[in-house]
Design a protein around this ligand. Sequence first.
Ligand SMILES: [Mg+2]
Length: 100
Amino acid sequence: MDFKELQEKVVANAINYWKKYNVVIDQDFSLLKLYEELWEYSQAVLIHRKKSRPEKFLPENESKEEVAKELADVVWMAIVNAHVFWIDLEEALSKKWIKK
Ligand SMILES: [Mg+2]
């Protein structure tokens, strides 16, 4: 699967997912949702690093899996943001981080 195909599938999945909750994915929603996912990723990292309340601690493999899931959510919402702002994320990544 190439990057564009991945993006298309991720966006289609997001639209279908939020449709069942009657949420329209627009620029405001996408930005706020990205912040929410960043917060969840931060929380997962803090738990994984045992820098949270002890009652939140998980076994090492489970906490790392949670970090991976939340980072995937961040990337998911970054891709959705690119979609709603009509940004070619592959091109933007390439311009910014590869072709320097
Ligand atoms: Mg999440």
